[in-house]
Design a protein around this ligand. Structure first.
Ligand SMILES: *Cc1c(COP(=O)(O)O)cnc(C)c1O
Length: 401
């Protein structure tokens, strides 16, 4: 009993402390090893009939089969649920599977979904896929104005899909207003919170129903694993849990162990990412060859005040537009020596790409222009290198343009 009392008190710790220790109170089960072992097993067996019944229901400390649950997953999920302030979290094999499962859990044949236009590409593609597959209708909006959302709600609207800050131009949605409107209309809200991380934005506390993360990005932070999370309170989680079970999208235990290894340093990494990003964004904003920087942390960003009202900090992913002819863009990218060219972000390394090229094929010029994506738009993830080295690298590349 006394021991239980002590454990309950652990909830008063700050989140940086919880990231390190929450969910690992029972390490006496693994010889008090400070790092949990990798439970690299597909199967857990039961000593008795009664234990098997518990294992099947994932009750107590009983497990049955890794697709349904594994100690490495549970340690992570307790930490992420606590960070987001939700009842529970689910771990999936990727951010894309987390988003697809969350959407599928609420999508219904013949129904209606509203989504912001500048969604992460594969999320948008999944919605188009559902349009064909389930004969449902998707309405895309900018997400910049809650009245625009109110105007497109239909009696059969089930779901609103958000991403704030969003991909490409990093525009933010007013999460409090959208949540209040949707709650009142019986519509479920889902947000991709990968960009802000739960350190800088806690959508459940603003009234959003379901939070999705790509753990591949900042949460793991080392560009060495892929994973995703879904976080929600009990009632909203029920259909998601069912969908997750049916899809069977659990990662391997080793991937969960890697995510945990990275997650432990999330607070210190995010501080450095944010500090570096502001230096780089200020440098770019004052550079004559840069037309515009799209970064919510800057006071020049049109939604800066709204962003500050719902976020407690800013990550290090943003975009900027060069003041250059389309055929000069190649010289910028090829002029970089330190900053890598690539798709992903959230790791220790700085990385950038020409956004339009990163999209691949399948989008028309009209769609690109509607999303605000030009040949000159560069997405930059500022890593943990010394800021001065990054400034020098960008300056060198900009001289080539
Ligand atoms: C990368 C990314 C995802 C997908 O995550 P994966 O782990 O690569 O599947 C989802 N949302 C956003 C905003 C992303 O950038």
């Amino acid at each position: 009993m006394i021991e239980q009392g002590i454990r309950e008190e652990t909830s008063v710790y700050h989140e940086a402390t919880n990231i390190l220790h929450l969910g690992e109170e029972e390490n006496d089960k693994y010889y008090d090893a400070v790092v949990p072992p990798i439970f690299q097993t597909s199967l857990f067996t039961s000593k008795t009939y009664e234990d098997f019944v518990k294992a099947i229901n994932h009750a107590g400390d009983q497990y049955s089969y890794t697709r349904y649950g594994n100690p490495n997953f549970d340690i992570l999920c307790k930490k992420i649920a606590s960070l987001e302030g939700g009842d529970s979290a689910l771990l999936t094999s990727s951010g894309v599977s987390a988003m697809s499962i969350a959407i599928l859990a609420y999508a219904q044949s013949g129904g209606h979904i509203i989504a912001i236009r500048n969604l992460y590409g594969p999320t948008r593609s999944f919605l188009h896929y559902l349009e064909e597959k389930l004969n449902l209708q998707v309405t895309f909006i900018s997400g910049d104005d809650v009245n625009e959302l109110a105007a497109v709600i239909q009696p059969n609207t089930q779901l609103v899909v958000l991403e704030s800050p969003a991909s490409f131009l990093f525009n933010v949605q007013d999460l409090r207003k959208i949540a209040a409107l949707c709650r009142g209309s019986g519509i479920t809200t889902v947000i991709d919170n990968s960009n802000a991380t739960p350190l800088f934005q806690k959508p459940l506390q603003l009234g959003i129903d379901v939070v999705v993360h790509s753990a591949t990005k900042y949460l793991s932070g080392h560009s060495d694993t892929i994973g995703g999370f879904i976080v929600a309170n009990q009632a909203q989680m029920e259909p998601i849990r069912r969908q997750h079970k049916l899809i069977g999208s659990s990662p391997a235990p080793f991937e969960a162990w890697l995510i945990l290894r990275g997650l432990r340093t999330l607070p210190v990494r995010m501080k450095e990412h944010a500090k570096n990003a502001l230096i780089i964004a200020n440098f770019l904003e004052s550079h004559p060859k840069v037309k515009r920087v799209h970064y919510p942390a800057l006071s020049s960003f049109s939604q800066h005040e709204l962003a500050k009202s719902q976020m407690s900090g800013f990550s290090s992913l943003f975009s900027f537009e060069l003041d250059a002819a389309s055929d000069r863009m190649v010289h910028f990218f090829n002029g970089l020596e330190l900053i890598k060219i690539g798709l992903s972000w959230g790791g220790y390394e700085s990385i950038c790409n020409p956004l339009k090229v990163g999209f691949g094929s399948g989008f028309t010029e009209a769609q690109f222009s509607q999303m605000g994506i030009t040949d000159q738009l560069v997405r930059l993830h500022v890593g943990l290198e010394e800021a001065g080295d990054l400034v020098d690298d960008l300056d060198r590349a900009l001289r080539q343009v």
